[in-house]
Design a protein around this ligand. Structure first.
Ligand code: GLN
Length: 548
């Protein structure tokens, strides 16, 4: 069985289309279906890898090393289906492929056009995901952007053709819109009516509407929307504002029977629904007691999406450690300028607002704010505050150790200072001559082996670890001996021992850095082990301090 659900959005962006699509996926999985998710991105970049986090939020990395849109991270957190390069389709990829075929003469002299050539390429990519696994039941295709955007037109046109070719039962349209509230608390349906008209002009009649609204829409409003849009009244749903967590959305939809309506539209017999894992997760959410404050020291602090998977993984870890994780976002440039780091990070009195129970330095690129991160690492190391360094955050630990323990004042990464006499982090030979920025880093899943007696081994409970990478620079092996002799613990290597994958501070409750990105595999129902142990350490440090 191959069914397709096209999820589009109208009125404005940031309505939570990715979460809505993922929640539908989660509910269909709860009904025993095999679901695969696809994101269509209208931008002309070939992938998200070359875009600034300020432009686009985080780059989500798959096992096979694709640098994709952060919505794939949502899919990974809500659903189980495999995600690879194939699940992310961009305008850039589509045009690149079509132009390559044209240059190879594969269009036999025909004029190459958006319809049918670009739309055929889009359709063939969606169909390829459907065919990849013989047991795939449903492919949910999220179309980026908002209906009416110039860039989304070829994707919506491809969706229209597929709905027409497959027949309505095998391909349906789910459209997400906004019901704004105007002064006086009145809810307005007009933008939704216009948005559905824009879909109809594209030749697509939505089968299901999901309306973002501050509150649950009443029956009369849903009937009014249905009347104006040709959508069945029982297929108009509300995604109302919730003050718990986005992971409650599958339950919000389930309670309105959204999954039943979707299955009915696709002609699939309604099976027994099991959404117990989502209820269990909400129970854990409600059972959290107390709070740990985690200082995130990075450079893209204004934009929540820039470290999306890291923040989500911290939240998941809080669920498992039964504690709320409060994110304290600290711009590393502020630390760089600060005379006394304690005024920003300091633990003045337990529980006071300036106290921080753990420091996390996430991944990043470029020189700005680096010295602030080094200060944060030195502070956590000397004050014995739990520290978690991810990718750049591990490289920062190495720089701090070089500068402040070994006394090499100019210790640095060659990413930031090519003239350092102590390049403690540097490029691998095979990266030195790389000129192209797109897709040329060390990317995707690879194996690390944890050493005995380390925190990383305790966290995973298994010495063979497989996590995803996205970086160019590495711990410099020329300093391995001096680092180890001065006490730094090398806690994991690549299987051939050639690259350092994890380091830990000695005589410290929990100070650990990894060269890979464990945040990408964390789920609300199963937190990534290192995040779980980091939050457990922060919680333990807090309670031991309050006993003093
Ligand atoms: N800029 C560093 C490198 O390329 C770290 C990358 C990262 O944190 N993802 O190695």
């Amino acid at each position: 069985m191959n069914k397709f659900i096209f999820v589009s959005g109208g009125v404005c962006s940031s309505l939570g289309k990715g979460v809505a699509a993922s929640s539908i996926g989660a509910l269909l999985e709860g009904r025993g279906l095999n679901v695969r998710m696809v994101k269509c991105d209208p931008y002309i970049n070939v992938d998200a890898g070359t875009m600034s986090p300020y432009q686009h939020g985080e780059v989500y990395v798959t096992d096979d090393g694709a640098e994709t849109d952060l919505d794939l991270g949502n899919y990974a957190r809500f659903t189980r289906g495999r995600l690879t390069e194939a699940n992310s389709v961009t305008t850039g990829q589509v045009y690149e492929a079509v132009i390559r075929k044209e240059r190879e003469g594969r269009f036999l002299g025909r004029c190459v056009q958006v319809i049918p050539h670009i739309t055929d390429e889009i359709k063939s990519r969606i169909l390829a995901v459907a065919k990849e696994d013989p047991d795939t039941d449903v492919v949910i295709v999220e179309i980026g952007g908002t209906v009416g955007d110039i860039e989304s037109i070829p994707f919506l046109e491809a969706a229209r053709q597929m709905i027409h070719e497959c027949g309505r039962a095998d391909a349906i349209s789910v459209h997400l819109t906004l019901i704004p509230e105007v002064a006086g608390g009145e809810l307005k349906t007009k933008p939704t009516q216009h948005s559905v008209k824009a879909m109809q002009e594209m030749g697509i009649q939505p089968d299901v509407l999901i309306c973002r609204s501050p509150v649950m829409l009443d029956e009369a409003t849903r009937r009014k929307i249905a009347l104006f849009t040709n959508v069945d009244p029982d297929a108009v749903f509300t995604s109302y504002n919730i003050d718990t967590t986005i992971y409650e959305i599958p339950i919000v939809f389930f309670d309105q029977k959204l999954d039943q309506v979707v299955l009915r539209k696709m002609g699939v017999e309604s099976r027994h629904a099991d959404i117990r894992p989502w209820y269990a997760m909400m129970e854990r959410f409600a059972a959290r007691k107390g709070k740990v404050r985690i200082g995130i020291v990075g450079k893209y602090m204004e934009l929540h999406d820039a470290y999306k998977s890291v923040y989500e993984a911290l939240f998941h870890a809080g669920l498992e450690c039964a504690v709320e994780v409060e994110l304290v976002k600290i711009d590393s440039s502020r630390l760089e300028e600060a005379e006394n780091v304690d005024t920003i990070l300091g633990r003045s009195a337990t529980g006071s607002l300036s106290s921080i129970d753990g420091v996390l330095v996430p991944g990043g690129f470029g020189q700005r704010g680096i010295n602030g991160m080094v200060k944060a690492a030195a502070w956590a190391r000397t004050n014995k505050v739990p520290y978690f360094g991810i990718c750049l955050g591990m490289q920062i630990m190495v720089i701090d150790w070089g500068r402040n323990v070994l006394g090499w004042n100019d210790a640095d990464s060659t990413e930031f200072n090519q003239d350092s006499k102590h390049p403690v982090v540097s490029l691998l030979e095979d990266q030195v001559d790389v000129k192209n920025y797109g897709g040329t880093m060390r990317l995707g899943a690879s194996q690390s082996v944890a050493e005995p007696g380390t925190h990383i081994l305790a966290a995973y409970g298994e010495k063979n670890i497989k996590e995803r990478h996205r970086h160019r620079y590495e711990f410099s092996n020329q300093y391995r001996k001096e680092m180890i002799e001065s006490g730094l613990k090398i806690a994991a290597f690549t299987p051939d021992n050639s690259l350092v994958e994890c380091i830990e501070w000695p005589d410290h409750p929990w100070g650990l850095g990894v060269q890979f990105h464990p945040e990408f595999k964390s789920k609300p129902t199963a937190a990534a082990p290192l995040f779980r142990e980091f939050i457990a350490a922060a919680k333990a440090a807090q309670s031991s301090e309050s006993k003093q």
